[in-house]
Design a protein. Structure first.
Length: 255
């Protein structure tokens, strides 16, 4: 016995129903609507598969490297996906002495969007590269953009998590936050930091922590951004600056 707590039930194929205390049976044609009174109970026969299709979580797909063109398609029976994209983090700068020229890299931008899809849709995922660490008296490199783009099928705006900027060797010029566009939620990356060493931590991300600064006064084993999308720490004196962390794309599928 099934109890339906709705006002209207519309079967996908003709289905027999036993209604009322007398046990009377009636058949509801496919596409027809049956109005059910409040508090009524319906005994449904033969409708387990066609009347109530399964729904819910299907799988999670994680990309840490780029796909070929049209490299992603939803699994069979998937109707909704939630896409998260995160840009690569920027690298930290390297300066020969302590001072405000020690600047860290910024975190990449984060985008989240819910989309209606079918299994024949094709999309391409491009993962943003990490921003390289600055060499001697050099700025850190920028992180790359992560994008999720429709190639065929359902039409929607491209999702872009911009890469975080690398730290500069100009006074008080840390990495600039990665941009975020196209989503239901668009969150710019955490900016880099600048300070007399050891204060130039890299920008954090939703999936990683920024690297710590590295100097002769304090040696930090994790100068690089950790996880995904975080910025690298700046360096002074003979310390080594950190790289940013690469971008990320997570796709969660639902029936």
């Amino acid at each position: 016995m099934s109890k339906i707590n709705v006002n209207t039930w519309e079967p996908e194929s003709s289905t027999a129903l036993t209604m009322g205390a007398s046990g009377d049976t009636t058949t509801v044609p496919s596409g027809a609507s049956l109005v059910v009174a409040s508090g009524a109970t319906i005994n449904i026969t033969g409708a387990t598969q066609t009347g109530f299709p399964s729904s819910g979580f299907v799988r999670e797909v994680v990309y840490t490297s780029s796909t070929s063109t049209g490299g992603y398609s939803p699994n069979a029976d998937v109707t909704k996906i939630i896409v998260e994209v995160l840009g690569g983090g920027g690298g930290g700068s390297n300066y020969s002495a302590d001072g405000p020229k020690v600047n860290s890299g910024a975190g990449g931008g984060y985008v989240r969007k819910t989309l209606t899809v079918v299994s024949s849709d094709t999309m391409t995922v491009n993962i943003g590269v990490l921003g390289p660490a600055g060499g001697a008296n050099s700025a850190g490199g920028n992180g790359g953009d992560t994008t999720f783009v429709t190639e065929s099928g359902t039409s929607f705006t491209t999702l872009t998590g911009g890469g975080g900027g690398g730290g500069s060797v100009t006074n008080y010029t840390p990495g600039v936050s990665g941009t975020a566009t196209g989503g239901d939620f668009n969150i710019v990356g955490a900016p880099g930091r600048t300070h007399n060493a050891p204060g130039a931590d890299g920008g954090d991300s939703p999936y990683g922590y920024g690297g710590s600064p590295n100097t002769t006064a304090i040696t930090i084993p994790i100068a690089h951004g950790t996880g995904y999308g975080s910025g690298g720490g700046g360096a002074a004196d003979s310390g080594s600056s950190g790289t940013g962390a690469p971008g990320l794309c997570i796709i969660t599928e639902y029936k």
